[in-house]
Design a protein around this ligand. Structure first.
Ligand SMILES: Cc1cc2nc3c(=O)[nH]c(=O)nc-3n(C[C@H](O)[C@H](O)[C@H](O)COP(=O)(O)OP(=O)(O)OC[C@H]3O[C@@H](n4cnc5c(N)ncnc54)[C@H](O)[C@@H]3O)c2cc1C
Length: 532
């Protein structure tokens, strides 16, 4: 083995960069292996650039297998592929989910993961620019701030939703609500992971603290292709080298997998840790049988309602011609203007089934955004995306072959559970009610998607099956309690941990970046204690 470190962390995303930073701060030497390139790119650093990142090579454009309950469509689920991973390409919405999510994780057999248990780690990570008190932290690495740019359409949505009877909420992360209200419920502006007009990825917020340390080696464009095992002990990792060769790096204390919901189970399976029959089918020697690896894949799904506007007030055209240069210059010189916008500035949480707990989230985009396989109409418009928070459908990730460079087979079984369809249909009705209120109705010329004529249940169901898209929050494929224990150590392994979104046993009721950062914080503490 060529080089050795105390720890090797595989993947520098929302979980990995946090673990690596905390281990280095604790005095350990760490090799942080990242398959993707550097994050030095205007579209990463300037918040609004995120909408133009799809084609820059900073994300991996995963595709599902044809989805039986979505008209046989292959659905697009990108994941980050750069320093900072998803936190470098995401929409920067700062959201934790609901206290009940974590209480549920605890009740599934993961002691120490209830809301009151995890709250201190959310607070430790956080440097909130507006909110203090029991729910929020100051002085942590991750800056959480209010959107400085609030587009007229983002504001119109918030007003229209209040006109429809939904309460204004100025803190979706306050935790348990007052009296009969749920702390998350209502509409407003999302807090963001941005700092002074720039993206606060885990690379910027965490890794920058230890970048100069001689204990940290960051390897970019360095895909790990498997683990080096000796019985139940991990000795190191295999890394693809330039020109087709491969190198082995040694880990004296252990290895942390933080390659994300698709790549972490893939690496386990390539290393012989997974469902025995599946591995045998690909000729991979079994290390130990773990049927749960790759199972329990789930994600948030949403539909996009689109409307054409009467006046040219959306963001349409702002990424073209002279406007593009003006916005770029304003951001470069002053860190102000449209490029500081996270685009998804407003939205809310709605309790559609009346059980006292929101089950639907809305994201608002002040333009027609389309989808990766759907070019939007070239007109001024607004997109309003209702999506479910707690999907019932479950799928899986499997190997396509023993080739580490083959994309995994991703089958989320989207919309298989009838409840998922019901929540989306109720979400469309709720969204239309908001669009009918004066603050939005006065701006809207016509509904483009699904279109005013689409009102029958059959037509609306067909719309959902034909247009539903993911919110890019895949989780669950190495679930804590199944694949790892409650201290995030892989079951059966002596010194192998997982710290990414794959360990969530059940998706949180909200965006997944902040919860994954919390998982990274906790993993670092478990690991430090385990090797002390
Ligand atoms: C387009 C988009 C928008 C999103 N918007 C939001 C949002 O607004 N708010 C929010 O909270 N969440 C959002 N999310 C989700 C959130 O960013 C992710 O849930 C989170 O980043 C996942 O973190 P992770 O640590 O599990 O994996 P990642 O952050 O994806 O990190 C995994 C890293 O491992 C690397 N890697 C993979 N395989 C290997 C290998 N073999 N060797 C070495 N390195 C490897 C990858 O390149 C990547 O950098 C969004 C995600 C996307 C993609």
């Amino acid at each position: 083995m060529s080089e050795s470190f105390d720890f090797i962390v595989v993947g520098s995303g929302s979980g990995g960069a946090v673990v690596a930073t905390r281990l280095v701060e604790a005095g350990h030497s760490v090799a942080l292996m990242e398959a993707g390139p550097s994050d030095r790119h205007l579209f990463i650093q300037a918040p609004a650039g995120s909408f133009m990142l799809a084609k820059t090579g900073h994300s991996t454009p995963h595709e599902t297998v044809p989805q039986a309950h979505a008209l046989g469509r292959r659905m697009y689920i990108p994941t980050g592929h750069t320093l900072g991973g998803g936190s470098s390409v995401n929409g920067m919405v700062y959201m934790r989910g609901q206290p009940e999510d974590y209480d549920h994780w605890r009740d599934l057999g993961n002691p120490g993961w209830g809301y009151d248990d995890v709250l201190p780690w959310f607070r430790r990570a956080e440097d909130n620019q507006r909110l203090a008190g029991l729910a929020h932290g100051q002085g942590g690495p991750l800056t959480v701030s209010d959107p400085t740019h609030r587009h007229a359409l983002s504001r119109a949505f918030v007003l229209a939703a209040q006109q429809a009877g939904h309460a204004y909420n100025d803190d979706f992360n306050k935790g348990r609500g007052q009296g009969n209200t749920h702390g998350q419920q209502g509409v407003g502006f999302f807090q963001t992971t941005t700092k002074a007009g720039r993206r606060a990825s885990t690379a910027a917020a965490y890794l920058s603290r230890v970048r100069g340390s001689e204990r940290l080696a960051v390897r970019l464009n360095a895909p790990v292709t498997g683990l080096v095992l000796e019985g139940r002990r991990v000795r190191g990792v295999r890394v693809a080298g330039k020109g087709g060769g491969s190198e082995v790096l040694a880990a004296r204390a252990g290895v942390v997998l933080s390659a994300g919901t698709f790549a972490t189970p893939k690496l386990l399976m390539l290393s012989g840790i997974g469902p025995a029959e599946h591995l045998a089918g690909h000729g991979i020697p079994l290390a130990w049988d773990m049927p749960a690896v790759g199972q329990n894949l789930h994600d948030h799904l949403e539909v996009q309602l689109e409307a054409r506007l009467k006046e040219p007030i959306s963001l349409f055209g702002h990424d073209k011609g002279w406007r593009r240069y003006r916005h770029g210059l304003e951001w470069l010189l002053f860190r102000s203007g449209v490029l500081t916008s996270t685009i998804v500035e407003s939205g809310g949480f709605f309790d559609l089934d009346g059980d006292g707990r929101p089950d639907m989230q809305i994201h608002v985009i002040p333009a027609l955004s389309g989808d990766v396989d759907r070019v939007p109409a070239r007109v001024h418009g607004i997109s309003i995306d209702p999506g479910f928070l707690r999907p019932k459908s479950r799928g899986e990730v499997r190997l396509a072959s023993a080739d580490p460079f083959a994309r995994p087979v991703i089958d989320p079984h989207f919309l298989e559970a009838p409840e998922d369809m019901e929540t989306l249909l109720a979400g469309i009705a709720c969204t239309r009610q908001i669009m009918a209120q004066p603050a939005l109705a006065d701006l809207i010329a016509e509904e483009l998607l699904p279109g005013a004529a689409v009102t029958s249940r059959a037509d609306l169901e067909a719309f959902v099956r034909g247009y539903a898209k993911t919110a890019y929050h895949p989780v669950g494929t190495c679930a804590m309690g199944q694949v790892t224990d409650h201290r995030l150590k892989v079951r059966g392994a002596e010194n192998l941990w997982i710290a990414d979104a794959s360990v969530m046993p059940h998706i949180v009721s909200g965006n997944t970046n902040a919860p994954t950062i919390m998982i990274g914080e906790r993993a670092a503490d478990f690991i430090k204690a385990d090797v002390a």
